[in-house]
Every structure is written in structure tokens, then in C-alpha cells.
Design a protein around this ligand. Structure first.
Ligand code: SF4
Length: 278
């Protein structure tokens, strides 16, 4: 595991969040390179945390990566395991150049082929500066994984789109959170946006967190509608402990294998427990 580095946090607004640091002026993202070799840009994103760890889910499980978690989300899943980036978004503004520089510092003594960055959230597609950030990472030679619920269309280079559509059972309680229940239902499943993101990414995977057999039909229907090959589908058990993961194995793994999907433990929970920065 690489060294873990986390940024400080502070309160923010419900969606993308408030700025707590001076926000650089927004400039044209396409400018001549400066002395660092990167184009001159001055855009920022609201960042919950950055850290170095191993990817715990999907095709690149085990890959050492630099994770950038944006703060803020346009959905409100009741089971969200990063509420500090959705229900109560906290963080700070950080320029996209400094995010690339932080990632470069982590991999300074590694071969270029080891440069992996994971853009996650919250919802990383919420802030427009995610587009120039992806371009900067590509220009710096990084493999870019984008972890998203797929509800916002963006033009960006992405090596692995890790798409986690939110199923009907993800909605927050209608009585406790009436406004967010309505918004969540309106926003969670824009199929054409998801198709576009899949088509424009170099590679893709679909990830579903499953808590109940009743979700099987919905998952299979969605995989067919998005025309995703079963070998690109990863099924994970819902849970925050090793006991939860173990309890799901007997009923979830057989179905997953029967329909040709991959069963995917959430290895970060087995490796590090359910804690931030992993
Ligand atoms: S989309 Fe992801 S970050 Fe947003 S509320 Fe749902 S689980 Fe949390």
C-alpha cells in the first residue's frame, strides 16, 4: 500500500459544496504549456479527500492508485458509504493543476506504466473542471479510472469508466427526505447519458451493489438495455464489514456466476476495514 495522504475538510452545501479556500480565476483550459510541461489552467474542484491506496473493486483490483474524491453528489442513496461527500459534503477547493502535481509526486519513483489515478466521489462528474482535469492527467501519462453513477454527460478522456447505476431500491426514504427522494428518482437512470459515457470511454465496467435477490431482474434488464457484455459486469455485496461480505457469498455468488457476471468482493473492506482514505 502506498502512503495515505488526506486533505482537511470543512462544511459545504448539499450538492457540490462551498469553497473554503481562494478559488483561482477560471481560464481557458487550452493554453500553451508552462515550465512544468502541463498546460496553464486555473480551475478547481471541491475535493473531499485524496489518498493513495489499492483499488479494491472491479477489473483493476489490487492496482496501486492515487484516489481523488470530489465532494458533492446529485443523488442521495440511503446506503451511501461516503456521506461526507454526499449527504453532508465537506472538503476544500483545490486547483486541478495541484491535483495532478500531487499524483505525480506519489508516483515520482515509479515507472510511467504505474501511474493510475481514480476519480471518485460523491459524483465526480458534477464539477465542470473534471473535463480539463482528465485532459491534464492524460497529458501527464496517467491511466484514468472514473467512478460514477452515470447521471451527468461530460466530454472527457477516460481509460476505464466504472459505472454504478443506482437501482430503484437506492432511493432515500420518501417521508424523511421527500425532496431528495423526488430528485433521486428523477436523476438516477438517464439511459442515453450512460450509453454515451460507455461509448466514449476506452473501456468500461458496470458495478452493482446488491442487498437482495429482488434486484436480480432489474440488473439483468439494465445490462441488456445498456448493451454491456456480461464479462464487464461486477456484482458486489452490500455491507461494511467482513461478516457482511461473508454472509452474502452463499446466495449472491452462485447467481452472479450463473448469469456470467463477475463476483467482486469489496477488497478494501477486507484489507483495511470500513474507513476513510482506503
Ligand atoms: S451516487 Fe454514490 S456518492 Fe452519491 S449518494 Fe449514491 S452512493 Fe453516495
Amino acid at each position: 500500500m502506498l502512503q495515505v495522504r488526506s486533505k482537511s475538510t470543512s462544511p459545504a452545501s448539499p450538492e457540490e459544496g462551498n469553497s473554503t479556500a481562494p478559488v483561482p480565476a477560471i481560464a481557458d483550459p487550452v493554453q500553451p504549456p508552462n515550465s512544468s510541461g502541463l498546460p496553464t489552467v486555473s480551475q478547481s474542484l471541491f475535493i473531499s479527500e485524496t489518498f493513495s491506496s489499492r483499488q479494491g473493486e472491479g477489473k483493476l483490483t489490487g492496482q496501486e492508485s492515487f484516489f481523488i474524491r470530489t465532494s458533492g453528489c446529485n443523488l442521495r442513496c440511503w446506503f451511501c458509504d461516503t456521506p461526507y461527500a454526499s449527504w453532508q459534503p465537506t472538503g476544500q477547493r483545490q486547483s486541478i493543476e495541484s491535483l495532478v502535481q500531487d499524483a505525480q509526486a506519489v508516483f515520482a519513483d515509479k515507472p510511467a506504466s504505474h501511474r493510475h489515478v481514480v476519480l471518485t466521489g460523491g459524483e465526480p462528474l458534477l464539477g465542470a473542471a473534471i473535463e480539463p482535469l482528465c485532459h491534464l492527467f492524460h497529458q501527464a501519462g496517467f491511466h484514468v479510472t472514473l467512478e460514477t453513477a452515470g447521471t451527468i454527460q461530460r466530454e472527457l478522456p477516460c481509460d476505464l469508466l466504472s459505472l454504478s447505476p443506482k437501482l430503484a431500491s437506492s432511493a432515500p426514504d420518501a417521508k424523511q427526505h421527500p425532496r431528495w427522494h423526488q430528485l433521486h428518482e428523477q436523476r438516477r437512470m438517464p439511459l442515453n447519458t450512460m450509453r454515451y459515457l460507455i461509448e466514449t470511454a476506452k473501456d468500461h465496467q458496470l458495478k452493482f451493489v446488491v442487498s437482495d435477490r429482488s434486484q436480480f431482474d432489474e440488473i439483468q434488464s439494465l445490462v441488456e438495455q445498456l448493451e454491456v457484455h456480461p464479462s464487464n459486469v461486477f456484482i458486489m455485496p452490500q455491507g461494511v464489514s467482513i461478516d457482511d461480505l461473508d454472509a452474502a457469498l452463499p446466495w449472491l455468488q452462485p447467481w452472479t456466476e450463473q448469469v456470467g457476471y463477475h463476483y467482486c468482493d469489496r477488497m478494501q473492506i477486507r484489507w483495511y476495514g470500513n474507513r476513510r482514505g482506503t
